[in-house]
Ligand binder design. Sequence first.
Ligand SMILES: [Zn+2]
Length: 159
Amino acid sequence: MIAVLDTSAILSGKFHSGMADRVVTSPSVINEFSEGGHSWRLMQYLRDAGMEVIAPPESAIEEVLKAARVTGDIENLSEADIEVLAVAFHLKGSKLFTDDYAMQNVASHIGIDYESILQEGIKKKLYWKYRCSSCGRFAEPGTEICPVCGGKIKRVRWK
Ligand SMILES: [Zn+2]
């Protein structure tokens, strides 16, 4: 599998070269990184690991622009977004890694396989318990005063 990375995928820091046979991005994506700093290091790390920088052919850019006009996402796409979509469109057997919804929308419209990096996942469920701040006994939800010592009951996060 050829992994095509957009800026968000690189910035996530979660992608590593072992996840694909080839790792590719586009020149405009590289240009979005300014030298130095944490973001730059994330990008440089992937380049050192063999990430290729490929400019897509004009015909692929045209296809992406056409699709983006149809889906109405064109206003939400940067030059780098369009370019990297075109790289994914151009390279057979590639998968686009992006967390950008507009890009994902255009990708699905023109048959580009894509995957999110920062999966939202299942929102972590919070558990609460009610506990006396003086003696530490647990109390029923809604209790304000500890029935044992008269202390104040507080809601505490559990797990
Ligand atoms: Zn108490």
